[in-house]
Design a protein around this ligand. Structure first.
Ligand code: FMN
Length: 406
């Protein structure tokens, strides 16, 4: 597996030596291409030592005597990974500029391309950067991250380079191509995000789910070769490249999309935080403020998981995995839910702990299976939880299917 690693002029470059180490530990050969400005943040010597290969940079002073270097480098790669990717390099790629070795390699490469943007939050949210990312996504470039949190500039928000372990896991899965395709040939349906139930024409009942867990699952399933339908409530996350995405708002819309998508599917993972209640007849217009207060009678919303669980009789049926967001008696409540809804597995998800639950970048879950197996996992990024869950499900339910695929 050959990873061509582009490094650009960004403070997040201090994480690149660790990324090189992890990629090599994962079995990849790593060739580093640095932009001129990257050298201000991380040294060529460090990356040369860790990759155990020459580092490339200057298009007009090639390191090899024969051939055309940018074409040769592009040809050999299973993956072009740019981490960190500056706003400038993203703009070069989106605009098709070819004024240095890295941007020229991007145009010359036929392999998958993955970029990990990292920059100040205002830069990241600027419409120019967002438009460039959108162009790249539409071209099939895999955009990973950025993460949200404290930034080198002292501000806090989206823009952090994803952790090297996350980037390495995604990169190795993508570079591995067919060898990692343990869900090839399978149809997987995943739900993500919150639902919203209207209270009147302008207000709604919802929850703080961001969709991070469900979207991470969709990406992980795509990397493992599955055909993925992602049914997503309202989130700020971009659609994962390669998934069929159905955008929904209300529980009934999610129910309809999930039931339709799950026909003939192999695996359904319900990671969305679906509302339990709804207002039977929300007012069309805005309810007026009243000194008398307002009583609302909420009725139960459709229980999509229970309905899927009841449907199981008709063969062939999908493997059914639920998520249980719990604040108390995590394992006990989750196990009850698994039984009541007739699921194969449930991921018990504490939503009142630091580093887990709604909006967090990490999660700390317990996987409970129908046969009674209960496995508590350490705090991990949501991408790592997604990867581990899918690898587990592939091993338990689909290893025979994967064996028959090329
Ligand atoms: C201290 C410092 C930190 C920077 N951090 C970032 C960053 O995190 N993200 C970014 O897009 N640009 C950052 N820049 C600006 C880029 O280095 C600049 O846009 C440069 O032209 C990028 O060139 P390259 O994409 O060819 O490497 C930073 C500049 C400096 C001086």
């Amino acid at each position: 597996m050959e990873v061509l690693l582009g490094v650009t002029g960004c403070i997040g470059a201090y994480k690149v030596p660790e990324l090189v180490r992890l990629l090599r530990a994962g079995g990849a050969g790593v060739t580093v291409v640095m932009t001129r400005n990257a050298g201000w943040f991380v040294t060529e010597g460090t990356l040369q030592t860790l990759s155990q290969r020459p580092v490339y940079g200057d298009m007009f002073h090639p390191r090899t005597a024969d051939g055309i270097e940018h074409i040769d480098l592009a040809r050999r790669a299973d993956l072009l990974l740019v981490a960190p990717a500056t706003a400038h390099t993203l703009a070069s790629f989106a605009g098709g500029l070819a004024d240095d070795l890295l941007s020229t390699i991007y145009l010359a490469s036929a392999c998958p391309v993955m970029v990990a943007p990292a920059m100040n939050s205002f830069m990241y949210q600027h419409s120019a950067v967002q438009a460039n990312l959108e162009i790249l996504r539409r071209r099939g470039v895999e955009v990973v991250g950025p993460g949200t949190g404290e930034l080198a500039c002292g501000e806090s928000g989206p823009g952090r380079l994803l952790e090297p372990a996350d980037i390495a896991a995604k990169a190795l899965a993508l570079a591995g191509g067919k060898t990692g395709q343990i869900l090839a040939g399978l149809n997987v349906v995943i739900s993500s995000g919150p639902t919203r139930e209207p209270l009147d024409g302008v207000r709604f009942l919802s929850n703080p789910a961001t969709g991070r867990m469900g979207h991470a699952l969709a990406e992980a399933a795509i990397h493992r070769g599955a055909t993925v339908t992602l049914v997503s409530g309202p989130t700020h996350l971009p659609d994962p490249a390669g998934a069929r995405v159905v955008h929904v708002t209300r529980v009934e819309e999610m129910r309809h999309a999930i039931l339709e998508g799950s026909e003939g599917s192999d695996l359904v993972v319900m990671a969305a935080a679906v509302g339990d209640y709804r207002l039977a007849r929300p007012a069309a217009g805005k309810l007026k403020k009243s000194a008398r207060g307002l009583d609302l009678h909420l009725e139960p919303a459709p229980d999509i998981l229970a309905e899927l669980g009841r449907r199981r009789g008709s063969a062939p049926r999908p493997v059914l995995v639920g998520f249980a967001a719990e604040t108390d008696d995590l394992v006990l409540n989750a196990r009850r839910k698994l039984e009541a809804k007739n699921l194969d597995h449930i991921v018990a998800n504490p939503v009142n702990r630091a580093g887990a639950g709604f909006g967090a970048e990490t999660n700390q879950v317990t996987l409970i299976s129908r046969n009674g197996d209960t496995d508590s996992w350490p705090v991990m990024s949501k991408s790592q939880v997604a990867a581990r869950l899918l690898d587990h499900l592939a091993g338990v339910h689909f290893s025979a299917a994967a064996g028959t695929e090329g």
